[in-house]
Design a protein around this ligand. Structure first.
Ligand code: PMT
Length: 215
């Protein structure tokens, strides 16, 4: 299969030295890219800023902002059989990026933010993607319900939900505990190293892709 994986945070500049971002390290997405490559698939990893080493045998496309990630996915998605969106894309970016360092003149500072495009939400609706589509859901409450909502709204075959309020898993951790939310049922994967979870997730996606091919 040809597989696209998004990973890492995005970084949204406020001025030449400051940015908005989040705590995603890229570990989950890189572990998935590695597991797909080891299973013999052709992988394109579209990653926001991360200090991780690019896994062997994986094509790498580094990006910085949500808009850049959107453009990269839009350009490459058409030739993919499966796509997994593990990136934590910043939902908002600065309405205007100041070309000078913002001065700390007042006691408060107001920033105007605008929505970033929803890359996963564009896959079916705007990019016309017909392959196996897998989203992630980073939730702090109503894990299964919210993930199932995302699955339905964004036309996914699977949403991998993680409870990011639990300490020691999720963002910037080597470990994760996920709930695989399919259209008709859900399946828990108990806490483990991201590198151990990834090959199991790959097998689920191989199964989904094979099912899709026969329908
Ligand atoms: O990188 P790590 O430190 O290993 O951490 C892993 C992780 C917690 C970041 C990862 O497991 C995870 O949950 N990634 C998704 C985080 C997220 O942004 O979730 P969300 O519920 O806000 O977004 C839902 C889905 O839409 C995700 O697949 C996301 O990639 C996608 N999305 C969101 C916003 C946007 N503008 N474009 C998108 O494609």
């Amino acid at each position: 299969m040809r597989v696209l994986v998004t990973a890492g945070p995005t970084r949204e500049a406020l001025d030449p030295v400051r940015y908005l971002s989040n705590r995603s390290s890229g570990k989950m997405g890189y572990a998935l890219a590695d597991a797909f490559a080891r299973a013999g698939h052709q992988v394109l990893l579209v990653s926001g800023p991360s200090v991780l080493e690019v896994p062997e045998g994986v094509d790498f496309l580094p990006v910085e902002t949500g808009l850049e990630m959107f453009e990269a996915v839009k350009r490459h998605l058409g030739r993919m059989d499966a796509a997994l969106f593990a990136a934590a894309v910043a939902d908002y970016r600065a309405a205007e990026i100041s070309d000078r360092k913002i001065k700390k003149d007042g006691e408060t500072l107001k920033l105007e933010l605008v929505r970033n495009p929803d890359i996963l939400g564009s896959a079916r609706a705007s990019f016309g993607f017909t392959g196996t589509l897998v989203g992630f859901a980073a939730e702090t409450e109503n894990l299964e319900h919210n993930a199932r909502e995302k699955l339905r709204r964004k036309g996914c075959d699977l949403v991998i939900a993680n409870d990011v309020s639990k300490p020691g898993i999720g963002f910037d951790s080597d470990r994760n505990e996920v709930l695989l939310v399919f259209p008709e049922h859900s399946e828990a994967m108990p806490e483990d190293e991201k590198h151990h979870l990834a090959p199991k997730i790959v097998r689920e996606i191989e199964r989904l892709a094979a099912e899709r091919a026969t329908h």
